[in-house]
Design a protein around this ligand. Structure first.
Ligand SMILES: NC(=O)c1ccc[n+]([C@@H]2O[C@H](COP(=O)([O-])OP(=O)(O)OC[C@H]3O[C@@H](n4cnc5c(N)ncnc54)[C@H](O)[C@@H]3O)[C@@H](O)[C@H]2O)c1
Length: 252
């Protein structure tokens, strides 16, 4: 088992990808602390992991709230002694995000607050508890690399900021032997993403752009997350992996 004896923190652990990552890390032997602003959702994930025989604990935590983040990270340190893997996965992608030319400032502030500031707070209060050999994984997106005729520009810009932060922190954390990487998933067919396709035709058009011929699954992301937080990637840091069925290399 790749995560035996390790303590993993997954933010947004009540969501589709956070839940899949939590399950996967627990199956590999990790004790998983799941953080989410939606306590009912994150409890469901923890209970599901428990039913499978894994070890998971749910915490209410709004990643934009300094007291919440500091309190939960310190609590995990007191309870488990360390954080070996910090998966900064909490994020939002509101349907109301369009072109910067029609900027809704409230949407920009909300997206940046959660996706960038919230992630930075988790790093600020999580990293002090991370030992030599530990790993951070930040959830970016393929939209950080690609433009779209249906723009989601605040979201895309926030995910680009995550890559910049990942690279900078990889350099800062290298001397402590803490690796910092980012995952950039393409379209994973979660209920929220389905909402971006108003018709079956719209969905089929997106699908036709994916060389591997299918949308991603949460398990695809969980496998890559396991790779990045385990010793399997022991000499990889500062990278942003596109995990997208090939959509980003498809010149259409
Ligand atoms: N689904 C995709 O196709 C896709 C593709 C690329 C990247 N991503 C990224 O992956 C991550 C997870 O996406 P998902 O599809 O599982 O979404 P999701 O909505 O299912 O899960 C996100 C979780 O984050 C939580 N959250 C939101 N605001 C929070 C806050 N302030 N504090 C703590 N938790 C908060 C939500 O309650 C939710 O449980 C996001 O960062 C998203 O941008 C998703």
């Amino acid at each position: 088992m790749l995560m035996e004896g390790k303590v993993a923190v997954v933010t947004g652990g009540g969501g589709m990808l956070g839940s899949a990552i939590g399950h996967r890390l627990a199956r590999e032997g990790a004790t998983v602390a799941l953080l989410d602003v939606a306590l009912d959702k994150v409890r469901n994930t923890a209970e599901g992991i428990g039913r499978e025989g894994g070890l998971a604990v749910a915490f209410h935590c709004d990643v934009t709230n300094t007291q919440d983040v500091r309190g939960v990270m310190e609590g995990i340190q007191r309870q488990y002694g360390k954080i070996d893997a910090l998966v900064n996965n909490a994020g939002i992608m509101p349907h109301r995000d369009h072109s910067v030319l029609e900027m809704d400032e409230a949407v920009w502030h909300q997206i940046y607050d959660i996706n960038v500031h919230g992630l930075a707070l988790c790093l600020k209060f999580g990293l002090p508890h991370m030992p030599d050999g530990s790993a951070v994984l930040n959830m970016s997106s393929f939209v950080a690399f690609m433009g779209s005729s249906n723009p989601q520009e605040a979201y895309g810009a926030s995910k680009g900021a995550i890559i910049a932060l990942t690279r900078s922190l990889a350099v800062q954390c290298g001397p402590r032997n803490i690796r910092v990487n980012a995952l950039c998933p393409g379209p994973i067919l979660t209920p929220h993403v389905e909402g971006f396709f108003p018709t079956e035709e719209a969905k089929a058009i997106r699908l036709s752009r994916i060389p591997l011929g299918r949308f991603g699954r949460p398990e695809d992301v969980a496998s890559a997350a396991l790779f990045f937080v385990s010793d399997q990637s022991s000499w990889i840091t500062g990278q942003a992996l596109l995990l997208d069925g090939g959509i980003s290399v498809n010149y259409f």
